[in-house]
Design a protein around this ligand. Structure first.
Ligand code: ATP
Ligand code: MG
Ligand code: MG
Length: 579
């Protein structure tokens, strides 16, 4: 690869490899919580974690970070797996669940109690908040902070055994209630929650907190570089505290008198011999949409969109259904890079990446979104031309398809004007134009209904212009797409506009929420479209271009080949990305 400046994550990895910190190992993980569908922000994290591992010949785990039983579901697990694979990444045999480590977390918690580094606190949630203090004032110690190891062990086991109601008590780390970093003021490690977990069922009624479980999961999986987003910067000292406390404990065999096999297990683990470190990068924000699972769930649950995979959603499955390619999303993630400062990326850049990819790869077809009938009066009744057209103007290897022509055709309503201004290079009375790859035609008559609406055009064609050009070299000013009335296939085409009317719906003001900025006209369903017959058997999820009109794809849910054609407009042809 060319000597491009490496981002700070890759610089850190280079340095660690040079120092031999983990030998030659590079091991990352992508750790989504299965409480929603993945969005384009997650794609940045996926490309980074899997990408780094691939570049350095390392490994990347898929870890379902399922320590919160209430919001998690196997539906989300399945969608996460599908989306990561679709993006082009593979965790091989390394799919893990944080819930697989519940016993391990529990054993570490008991070790911390034996070390005098954790205690059971009976303060209420409100009291804990009050005792915690603020950024400007130190907190104060809980009256339960100095319980004996024996009492703490007994209480913690009672918590585990289901003897207490939710909220009765929590297990807290004993760190420092005066720490300038509020995160270190005796954070909770475990809470009681009598809730059914999507994988462990009712086995547990206590669940570990993120800050306790995440670093332990990383170490357990032998992760070397734990990459997360900036909002976890303040939690990094706690990440370090948990792992360093565990490492300290490992050194003291007397703490493991009752569980020598636990010590042996810890000692055998590379992830504890050389522990992981956390690094934070800026999360992706993108204009014109929201990237938070909470908000995306709200859009789905309140019915503002048809589901997680609504083509207007910024979810991976939404983009997939819209017709985005994994290549374009990976290209986008590469271009935005990885930095330490938050920023917002123009959605036009993502569209630009998409257009670049589809321009090269999407086969071309003819389709009329809003049809206007044209009768070619001098075209013989019994004549039927079939034109062989290239599937791609610059890529012969893509081949051709056959497009039938006839006496009656349809053109785009917008391609005709009865009284066209000079610069309108399309059809108008008396004007000669080219029908793409077919013939030159001249409009001779305009037929209207009782309301004055144009319902049909009459034309003549020049048989000498077959193929769409003339020997005498005369010029026509416009080229238009068309379909043969006799052969065209009806289709439904869905046009999408921005889901929000503002660039930043997150910055809702004046008592409004992001919901108030939803664009009421973001979906426009055209039900009377006509397309060329080659599209009839197209499988769902196929990308193509309607010449002059845009990039489209067959809908993954509603399109049935040979029966009901449903196309989504992926993007228009005009690129608004300014470099
Ligand atoms: P949300 O805020 O949308 O609920 P989350 O961070 O809670 O997202 P997780 O499932 O915990 O979602 O995320 C999995 C990984 O993806 C984490 O490492 C997280 O930092 C990363 N991630 C989430 N959102 C973004 C984003 N917008 N840009 C980059 N990475 C992200
Ligand atoms: Mg998270
Ligand atoms: Mg979240």
């Amino acid at each position: 690869a060319p000597a491009k400046g490496k981002d700070f994550i890759r610089q850190i990895i280079d340095r660690d490899l040079e120092d031999g910190k983990y030998g030659n190992r590079v091991h990352t993980r992508f750790p989504p919580e299965p409480n929603g569908y993945l969005h384009i922000g997650h794609a940045k994290s996926i490309c980074l974690n899997f990408g780094v591992a691939a570049e350095y010949g390392g490994k990347c785990n898929l870890r379902l970070d399922d320590t919160n039983p209430v919001k998690e579901d196997t539906e989300y697990v399945d969608s996460i797996r599908e989306d990561v694979r679709w993006l082009g990444f593979d965790w091989e045999d390394r799919q893990f669940f944080a819930s697989d480590y519940y016993q391990f977390f529990y054993d570490v918690a008991e070790l911390f109690i034996r070390m005098g580094r954790a205690y059971v606190d009976n303060l209420s949630a409100d009291e804990i908040r009050e005792y915690r203090g603020t950024l400007k004032s130190p907190g104060k110690n809980s009256p339960y902070r100095d319980r004996s190891v024996e009492e703490n062990l007994e209480l913690f086991r009672s918590m585990r055994d289901g003897k207490f109601e939710d909220g009765t008590c929590v297990l807290r780390a004993k760190i420092d209630m005066a720490s300038p970093n509020v995160v270190l003021r005796d954070p909770a490690l475990y809470r009681i929650k009598h809730a059914h977990h999507h994988r462990t069922g009712d086995t547990w009624c206590i669940y570990p907190m993120y800050d306790f479980a995440h670093c332990l999961s990383d170490a357990f999986e032998n992760v070397t570089h734990s990459i997360c987003t900036l909002e976890f910067e303040n939690n990094r000292p706690l990440y370090d505290w948990v792992l360093d406390t565990l490492l300290e404990g490992i050194k003291d065999e007397t703490l493991f008198a009752d569980c020598p096999e636990f010590l042996a297990e810890l000692k055998a683990h590379p992830g504890f011999a050389a522990r992981p470190y956390q690094y934070e990068f800026a999360r992706l924000n993108i204009t014109g949409t929201v990237l938070s699972k909470r908000k995306l769930i709200q859009l789905v649950q309140e019915g503002h969109v048809s589901g997680w995979d609504d083509p207007r959603m910024p979810t991976i499955c939404g983009f997939r259904r819209r017709g985005y390619t994994p290549e374009s999303i990976r290209d986008f993630c590469e271009r935005i890079g990885v930095a330490k400062a938050d920023s917002t990326v123009e959605s036009a850049l993502l569209e630009h990446c998409l257009r670049q990819d589809l321009n090269e790869r999407a086969p071309r077809y003819l389709g009329v979104l809003n049809p206007l009938k044209v009768v070619i009066e001098n075209y013989p009744e019994d004549q039927e031309d079939v034109f062989e057209m290239p599937l791609h103007p610059e890529d012969e290897s893509m081949g051709t398809r056959k497009v039938p022509f006839g006496k009656e055709i349809y053109i785009e309503r917008d391609d005709f004007m009865e009284d066209p201004p000079k610069k309108f290079f399309r059809m108008g009375p008396g004007r000669e134009v080219r029908l793409r790859f077919a013939y030159y035609v001249t409009c001779t008559d305009v037929i209207k209904d009782e309301n004055g609406e144009v319902v049909e055009l009459r034309c003549t064609y020049d048989p000498e212009t077959k193929g769409g050009w003339s020997k005498d070299g005369r010029k026509v000013k416009g080229t238009m797409h068309w379909v043969s009335a006799k052969h065209a296939i009806p289709a439904e085409i869905r046009l999408f506009d921005k889901l929000f009317t503002v660039d930043n719906p997150n910055a809702a003001k004046d008592g409004k929420t992001f919901i108030d900025y939803i664009n009421p006209d973001s979906l426009n369903v055209l039900t009377h479209c006509l397309v060329e017959p080659a599209l009839a058997e197209m499988q769902p999820g196929t990308n193509f271009q309607f010449e002059r009109t845009g990039y489209f794809c067959t809908d993954l849910r509603d399109h049935t080949p040979g029966e009901k054609l449903v196309f989504n407009r992926t993007a228009t042809l005009r690129d608004s990305w300014a470099k």
